[in-house]
Ligand binder design. Structure first.
Ligand code: SF4
Ligand code: SF4
Length: 365
């Protein structure tokens, strides 16, 4: 058994507008059967609107055409949503009510206090509940429109990251990041010599004003250099804890998806401008690989799997990594860059019953 996905490749077959990615986008949307999902419904389009000086988020043309098709499919209403901060600066990337054809609404309200609490049952370590954003709670259909890119905490950002970190409050984002780990620090044995901090090749170790050590796991590549160099043996590697963040992402995504009736969620992953870091870093960097295209479907597991499978190590563009960035020896391109296996969250979502990893691609040409 496999899940069917639509795939509009970026590369033109012939140099005519009707075969270009823009035209394929329209054909893909027609093939998606939007009316069965959105007709008569209040539709939320969740995307990452970016920030600061970054501009390699999803192009307004694609969103505008999606909004037009959603309206034509009989939606009661449609809006684009993201965090209040991202909505406030969305105009910098060309996202306005005029350009997109629908309102842009903060996902948890302008006050960032519009949410409902959902229990994680059973709790996962310190993650006992999530604060689900109100605009998602009260939407009747959801289009998860994700820009695909690398991510220092979990390897990559796609459909699951767009929901789990983008449809909750800041407090829940903090709770998810609190699941990260891997290095254990023994404060009593530590002399605060800072040798570890000065020698971490990835600038991942910090000391706060109370002289307490913390690790910024987004940057940490689990190289163990700090463990080996510490003269007091005050650091030890617990191993594999980055997966707990992915587990938290999957559990949060699961809660969000359960908010919707069956058949009321569509997933669209845009594989263009695939950069090393998430759009929340607020900066644009070179594309790691050539633009690939757009995937769409109704199975979040399958679309995340296909997304990762389409991004190949062999396609890494020379000069696209920061200076002196060393690739790890094995695994997916994102694992070799960030040292975190990006497929882990895909498997967690499968275990939670949100789809299957086998897929077939229907090419839109
Ligand atoms: S190298 Fe070891 S003793 Fe020195 S600050 Fe780091 S953890 Fe503490
Ligand atoms: S394991 Fe490596 S990257 Fe992580 S904090 Fe230690 S030295 Fe830095």
């Amino acid at each position: 058994m496999s899940a069917g996905l639509l795939f509009a490749p970026y590369a033109p077959l012939t140099l005519v507008p009707k075969r270009s990615i823009g035209a394929r986008w329209l054909k893909l949307l027609d093939a998606l059967d939007l009316p069965s999902t959105v007709s008569g419904r209040r539709v939320a389009i969740k995307m990452h609107l970016g920030g600061n000086t970054g501009f390699t988020t999803i192009h307004p043309f694609l969103i505008r055409k999606l909004v037009e098709k959603v309206k034509a499919a009989g939606a009661k209403s449609v809006f684009v949503t993201d965090s209040a901060g991202a909505v406030a600066t969305a105009v910098d990337r060309g996202y306005t009510t005029e350009t997109l054809g629908c309102p842009l609404i903060p996902v948890d309200g302008a006050s960032e206090r519009y949410y409902v609490t959902r229990q994680i049952d059973p709790p996962f370590r310190t993650l006992t509940e999530i604060q689900l954003a109100g605009e998602i709670l009260h939407a009747e259909a959801l289009i998860d429109l994700a820009h695909v890119k690398g991510h220092g905490d979990c390897g990559f950002g796609g459909a699951s990251k767009n929901l789990s970190m983008g449809c909750v409050t800041q407090a829940t984002r903090r709770a998810l990041h609190a699941l990260e780990g891997g290095l254990k620090w023994n404060a009593e044995d530590c002399t605060r010599c800072r040798i570890c901090m000065e020698n971490c090749p990835n600038n991942a170790i910090r000391f706060n004003e109370k002289d307490e050590l913390s690790v910024f796991y987004h940057h940490c590549k689990f190289c163990q250099h700090c463990v080996l160099i510490c003269p007091q043996k005050a650091l030890t590697m617990e191993g594999g804890r980055y997966k707990d963040f992915q587990r938290g992402m999957a559990l949060t995504t699961s809660q969000i998806l359960r908010n919707f009736e069956p058949g009321r969620v569509l997933f669209i992953n845009v594989l263009t401008n695939i950069t090393i870091f998430c759009d929340c870093w607020g900066m644009t960097t070179p594309s790691l690989v050539p633009d690939i295209g757009i995937l769409a479907g109704r199975d979040i597991v399958a679309i995340e799997q296909a997304t990762l499978d389409l991004i190949r190590v062999e396609d890494l563009i020379p000069g696209s990594l920061p200076p002196n960035w060393e690739l790890g020896p094995t695994g997916h391109l994102f694992e070799r860059i960030h040292r975190k296996d990006p497929y882990v969250v895909v498997e967690y979502l499968r275990e939670l019953g949100h789809g299957i990893r086998a897929y077939t691609l229907q090419r839109i040409s």
